[in-house]
Ligand binder design. Sequence first.
Ligand code: GLC
Length: 803
Amino acid sequence: MKLGYFNDAHREYIITDPKTPVRWINYIGTLAFGGFVDQTGGALLCKGDPALNRITKYIPQLPASSFNAETLYLRINTPTGYRVFSPFFVPTLDPYQRYECRVGLGYSRFITEFYGIRTEVVIFVPPDGEREVRHYHFTNISSSQIDLDAIPVVEYTHFDALKQFTNADWVPQTMQSRAIPQSDERLVLLQYAFMRRDTAVNYFTSNRSVSSFETQRRIFLGDYEFGSWTAPLSLNGTELSNTEAQRGDNIAALMHHLGVIQPGEVRHLITQLGQADGLNTIQNNINAFLQPEQVESSLTDLARFWDGYLSRLQVSTPDESMNHMLNIHNPRQCYITKNWSRYLSLYQLGFGARGIGFRDSSQDVMGILSNAPEEGKPLIRMLLHTQKRNGSAMHQFNPLTMVASQGDSQENEDAPHYYSDDHLWIILAVLGYVKETGDFDFLDEIIPFYEKDRNGNPSESGTVLEHLKRSITFTSLDIGEHGLPLLGFADWNDTVNLRKGAESFFTANLYGKALLELVALFHHMDDKSNAQAYLHAYQAMRDTYNQHGWDGQWYLRYLDADGSPLGSHHNTHGQIYLNGQSWAVISGFAPLEKAQQAMQSLFEILNTPNGIKLSAPGFNGFDSTKGGVSTYPPGAKENGGIFLHANPWAIIAETLLGNGERAYQYYTQINPGAKNERIEEYECEPYVYAQNILGDEHPQFGLARNSWLTGTASWVYQAATMYILGLRPTYRGLLVDPCIPPTWPGFTIRRYFRSACYEITVSNPQHVQHGIKSVEIDGQGLADNILPIYSDGSEHHVRVILG
Ligand code: GLC
C-alpha cells in the first residue's frame, strides 16, 4: 500500500489519500507563532508557548474523522436545497474526485475536487508575520454554473491549554467574542479570555465581504449541539446568527456568498488567524494579507529561506531515497526539532510537561550546524543558562520564563534527582558549533549558571569553556563503587531507573567522547597542560571501563547498586544493549578486536529488517527495580523496541570500523522514504523519522510511532553526511573520510564550510568501502584528507579517489 509520493522538484511529499493510518502532519511557523497542520486541514496553533498561550482547540485523541479545530465548509445552492461539504474531506467525509495534500517546506497545499468545485488552498505562517494564512482558489470545473458560499471555521481553546480540560467552571465563563466591521463589508472576529481583553486577542478575518457570522459553537452546530460538525444545522439557513459569544465554547465562522461561478471561473479567499495585543495592531496587521500578490510574495520569501538553508549541503548518491531525505526532508526535520524541541507534536501534547529538554536540544543543535550554524548559538546559550554550578544540568525548561525542572527524576523521593548524561551532551554541541564556525570567541563568553541568589540574580557565572569544564568535573566526581559514573535517575535511556548507587557504562562512554573532544580543542589552542590532564582522565576511564565492561562477546550496559550487571548474558531480560556496543566504539574505549566483536554481536542479536532493537530480550512484566522500561510490553519503545534515535550510533560505529556496507544497511533499513511502498505496516509519515518502531517481540513488529520531534533526525543526518559520506568539520579544515557500500561507484556532495563552498566528487574505482587514495583541490594534490579553510567566499573543486 502507498498513500503518496515524493516530488523532489517541488521539495514536497504529496499525500494522495486523506485516510492515512494515523494523522500525518506538517509544521508551519515557529514557536513564536505556529504549530502543525494535519492531512485534513486541521491545525493546532499557539503563540510563544503551547501550554500557556494556545489558540486552537485541536484534540489529537479524537478520531481522525472529527473536526480538528479548523476547516472550511463549501455550500452549493441547488434548486432542491443546499449541498454542504468540506474541501478538506474532514469533517463531512463526502466522496471526492481528487484529493492531494502537498507537504511542503513550511506550508501545506491542498488540491481537492468535490461536486464540480476544485479547491486549491495553501496554508502557512508568513516568515515575517505572526499569523496563519490560508489562501483559497475555488474553480468551477463543471460544465454548469455553481452558486457557492464559503464558510471558514475555527474553534478556539482557552489560552491555558490544560485548564481548558480541567476546569469547566472558570474557563467557559471567561471566553468571549466580538465582531468588528471593516471597510468593504469585511469583518474581524475577536476572541479572548476576559482577563486578556486588552492584552492578547485572537482574531480571525478574511479579505471578502462577510454577510453574517457565528462565534458560539452551540448555535453553529444547532439543536443544543445535537447538530454536528458533519452537518451543522445553522448551515441550513441563508445566514448565520451574528451572535457575539458572552461565554462558552467560542468559534469563529464567516459567511461568504461567493456568488454564481461560471464554468472555468475562479474565486479567491484569504483568511488570517492570529493574535495581537489589541484592535489597532490587528487592523494594521491584517492589511498585509488582503491581496493574493501579498500572499505570493510571502511564499516566495519562505521558499528563499529554505533555498538558503538546504543549499548549504546537497548530495547526489546512487540511492534516490537517500538523496531526497538528505537534500530535503532530513535537514528540514532537523530544523523543526531544533525549533520545537519536544514542545508540541501528536505525541508531545504541549501541556507543559516537556518544553525544551537539555539533552534533547543539545543533540538537536548538532543537526542544524551544517545548514544554519548561526542559529545554534542562541539555543546553546539558553541551554548553558540551565546548567548548575556543580556542572550537572537541569533536565528541561521553559524558554519564556527560563524556569527549569529536574523532569521525571523528581517524582520519586528515593531516586537521584539528576540524569547522569545531560550535561555531557552540551560539550559535543558547543564544540561542534566551534568547529563548524571557527567562532572561538564564544568559548570566552560569560554565561550565568542556573542557581539564583535571594534577589533572583545569578549566584555565579563562568565562560562557556568553564561550563564545559564543570560538566567534566561533575562526572569525574560522581563515581560509583567500580569507578564508573553513577547512573543518577537515568542516563540517555530515560526508562532504566536502577537503585541509587547503580553505575552507567553509557555515561562512561559519553564522558570519554566528551573528553576526546576537549583534548582536540586544547591541542588546537596549544594548551598542553589541559590537553594532557583531560587525556589522562580519558585514559583512566577507558581502563576502568575495560576492566569491568566486557561480558565475553559484548559490552555491559549497567552495574546495579549491588554490582550485578545488566546487559550481560547472565541476565534473563536485557542481555544485550545497542548503546553498550555502539558507544564503546564511538568513545574509542573498545580495543579493535573487542569493538568488532561487540558490533558483530549487535548485528546478530539486535538487528532486524526494520532497524536495530535497543536491547533484547524485553522485560516481561513490571519490575520496580528496573523502572520505566518494564512498564512497556516486550518489543515496545525502550523495552526491546527499535528505538530509532540510537540506530545512527550503530551506523557511526560501523563507519569508524570501516564497514561501509553494514553502515549503509543500517541507514537504509530505517529510512522512512524507503518504507513508502508498504506504509500499511509502518503507518507514520514516510517523509520524517519517527522515534520508535515496534520490535520483533511485539505482535505489531514494524509499526512506527512518535514522528517528527525526535533526536533521530539529528543523528541520522550526522551519521549519513559526516560518517557515511564522511565530511566532518575540524578545527583545521573539512575532513573528507567516506565509508560507503563497495557497490557505489562514487557520489558528489556540495557543502559550504566557514565561508567557502566545496564541490566534491568522490570516485570509487576499486569498489572499496573505506580508505583514500588521493585528494585534489582545484587541481592540486593534498598531503592529507583535510580540505583547507578559505575565508574569501570562494568555490573549490575537490576530487577524492578511494582505494
Ligand atoms: C526520548 C527522550 C530522550 C531520551 C530517549 C531515550 O526520546 O526525549 O531524551 O534520551 O527517549 O529514553
